[in-house]
Design a protein. Structure first.
Length: 204
């Protein structure tokens, strides 16, 4: 009798800014997952001519530099209100979802692929959780996240608060997740929790 094929898992990662989702995605990658970086996909989507045109129509030509969307200029125009953020998301997210669906289907057809992890900063806001079998919330205390962001991006406490006010609340995201990984600093604990989740998701 041939061995039973393990289940193909689609796991979504959610969490606050600076919680360490990318680090946790790296753990899953070492366990055998293919990582789909939705943020990277969104950046490529912003290079599409039809998306550039829609962004200019919505936010004006000042967000364009040398024919391309200037991410700093777009951030300055968009990250001032939830309404403006939602308008940008309405332009970008449908294409991101389309490309994620295509990648998931491609990997699902690969008998060597055990599953994918969807690393998406706006997993719930974009509706990407609908593509997932389960969602993992990467949890980290506010002080840990502030320290990480101050070191990696030079963000102040006020900048973190401003950005997070444009997203769904962490309480809501945590409640909607199927699993929680503690990522406050203990790598061994995060690895153990991710390993248990991966084994459960893919089957033994």
């Amino acid at each position: 009798m041939s061995p039973r094929r393990r289940r193909f898992a689609v796991i979504g990662l959610a969490g606050g800014i600076g919680s360490g989702k990318s680090a946790v995605a790296g753990i899953f990658k070492r366990l055998g997952a293919v990582i789909i970086d939705a943020d990277e996909i969104a950046h490529r989507v912003l290079e599409l001519p039809e998306i550039i045109s829609a962004v200019v129509d919505e936010f004006g030509p000042e967000v364009i530099e040398d024919g391309a969307v200037s991410r700093p200029a777009l951030a300055a125009a968009v990250f001032s209100s939830r309404e403006r953020t939602d308008r940008l998301n309405a332009i970008v997210h449908p294409k991101v979802i389309e490309k994620c669906l295509r990648l998931i289907a491609d990997k699902r057809s690969d008998p060597e692929c055990l599953g994918v992890v969807l690393d998406a900063p706006l997993l719930f806001e974009a509706g990407l959780e609908e593509l997932c079998d389960s969602v993992v919330f990467v949890d980290a205390r506010d002080d840990v996240r502030r320290e990480r962001l101050a070191s990696s991006r030079g963000w102040t406490r006020e900048e973190l608060s401003r950005r997070e006010n444009l997203q769904d609340s962490l309480i809501s995201k945590r409640k909607r997740a199927d699993y929680i990984i503690d990522n406050n600093g203990s790598l061994e604990k995060a690895v153990a929790e991710a390993s248990a989740i991966w084994k459960s998701a893919c089957g033994s």
